[in-house]
Structure formats: C-alpha cells, structure tokens
Design a protein around this ligand. Sequence first.
Ligand SMILES: [Zn+2]
Length: 397
Amino acid sequence: MFDFLGLLLQQQQPQSQFGETKDLNWQWLDNGILELTPRHAYEKDIVLSAGIHGNETAPIELLAQLCLDLLSGKLRLGVRLLCILGNPAAIRSGQRYIENDLNRMFCGAYLKLGDAEEPRRAQTLEQQVTRFFERHPIQSKRYHFDLHTAIRASLLPTFALFPYQTHAYDQYVLQCLEAADLDAIVYHNAVGRTFTHFSSSNHLAASVTLELGQARPFGQNDLHQFAAIDRVIRAVVSEQRLPSRQKPRLRQFKVIDSIIKTAEDFQLNLTDDAANFSVFHQNDIIATQSKAKTFKAEQLKSELSKPDQESQIVVNEGCYAHQSASASDEQIQVAASNTIQPLTTLDCREQPAYGNLALQPEPENYDYVVSQPQVFILFPNPKVKQGLRAALVLEEI
Ligand SMILES: [Zn+2]
C-alpha cells in the first residue's frame, strides 16, 4: 500500500507501477494518476479528480484518504475508478496554478499555450481519461466528478456546475448531488474549456464540477464540513445506497449570460469580496464599461462566417467559443423526476456577450442592465484580462 498524496508531495513514485489487493488491481499511471479496477464485475467507469486548482486542498485530502481506504481494504471498490490529482506542481506549492489556469486548458486549448508544465499536464490528463473511458467502450456507464473549493464566499455555500451538453443530464448524478446536501446546481449554456466539459463532450460522460466550500491550506481544513460529499463519494465508488438529504431543497439555476470585459475601464457593481450568488434586480446596473472598440477583431475575424456575427462570440471559461448558429432558443426541456426536475437539454443559444439582458448602448458607454425580475452573479472577477469573462449571470429555474 502507498500514500497517493504523500508520494505526489514528495515527488516520488511507488516502488512498483502496479499491484493488487484482495478486492482490486491498481495501476500507477503517472504522477497523481491512479487507476483502480475491481476484481469482480462492475457497471460504472468513474473519474474522480481533485487539485486541478492546487490550493483547493480539502477535496485533495478527501480523495487521497479514499484511495488509502480502498487500497487497504477498509472500503470495498464497486466501480472501475480513475483517481486524479490534477496539478501536482501547484499542489506542492499551494497555489491555484503556476502559470495559467489548468481548468481553462482542456478540449485542446493547451495546444495554443506552448510547451510548459501545465499545458503538458492538461494533455496528459486528456490522454489518460480517453484511455480510461475507451478501454471498455460499451459495457459501462461513464461518470466524472471534478472536486473543487471556491476562492470567494458564497451565499449558497456548495454547488455543482454542469458543463454545457447536448446529451441528457444523468439522473444518478442528480441523486448524488441531492444526497451530498449541495445547495444549488448551475447549468452552463455554452461550451467551455474545463475538465468536465472535456469528459462530457468527448466521452459523453455524466460530468459535473463540484464547488464544496472555501479553500484552506493543507491540514487546516475542517473536513467535517465536507462530510456529506465524502459520504456520497464513498457510496458511489463502493456502489452502496446513497445517504438521505438533510438540507432544504436543492435550488437550480441556468447561466443566461457571460459578462465580458471588453474595455480597460470595466467596472462591476460589486465589492471585491462579493459572494457568489449575489443578487441583482430589474433595472439594476451590473457592470459598466466604455464602448468596446475593436478588441481582438483581427483574431476573431477568421472565426466569423458573417461580419455582423461578432456579437455572437462569447467567452466562456476564459476561451472564445463560437456558439452554434443552428441551436434553437426553444430547446430547453424539463423532465419529470421524483426528486428534482433537471434540464434534460440546454442548448447553446445565440446571444451577444451582453446576451439576453437588455444592453442599453449609449454612444460611448455600455451599461449592463438587468431586464429580468432577479438575477444572480457567479464567479465575479473584474480584474480579468480584457476579452475574458468577468462574471456569469444566472437565473433561477
Ligand atoms: Zn477550483
């Protein structure tokens, strides 16, 4: 038996690259990448990742302890499992990332970032996840849970983000989110460059990013605060019954817009430490900035099929995404469920960077004015570089 996290922190490898216990075979595939296969029949292939952001320590500790318990036989493995500690260098240095955000590099975005440690790691993670899912292409159901903690406070402390997807949302994942006592689910409305978007779009996995509270340095986490998600993950990997929900109902939101910083004088009408899910009401101004000039017009031109489509380019997760022109605005469907009512499909919608919310263009000034009765702001960050997303705008559903 070996300590998955301990070896990573010490930049060491186990003496052997593979081995077995009474219940499972294990294989050390790379630094921070461990595959566990039951020695009996199973029905699910599950990727569990943490530490894509190196300073988000609590999920890293949970995942490392889970591996220890599976390898020691304390917990019985019921699924084929790929455990990933995402960004080893950043985990060792206690930073979110070293040079660039790893969770903006997937779906091949790393190819544009040159030869550096984090782009190489993104490529390795994509290759390992692809190898893992494609080894048994038909028999098993595919899942990916990517565990994070947030930088800022949140009015709804724990929440899940579903990547934009065209396949139906998985009922079992929704049951897991309920059982884990999460406060909210957010459905993305546009393609991204996140790890879960990669596994969802490339491998049709039921993928979800989990934000589980606020980050603390190693050893300073109150792991009790993460007990509910820990119980659920253990139930998932051992194919045991999910625990019962203890909290009030799970709230659901959809992303309706991305606020893009297009001018240097961009201002968000929130304090720097504003919490996630901060609320704005009808006619409130969320953000102001000068009229966007020709920001990266040359760069974008080649991606545009028509000159007047510039407004349809949105930035999501730090990368340009050209939204599907064929997607319909009426493709949101709600499916019946005994527990919660998930969206089954949520297609890309054509919308400008200032999207569905009424944009009131003054001659040289753009104000972002709320037209809905109430919206919520997620991941506000006015300090992002020009051209990147400064906030997501949500509507409760
Ligand atoms: Zn994170």
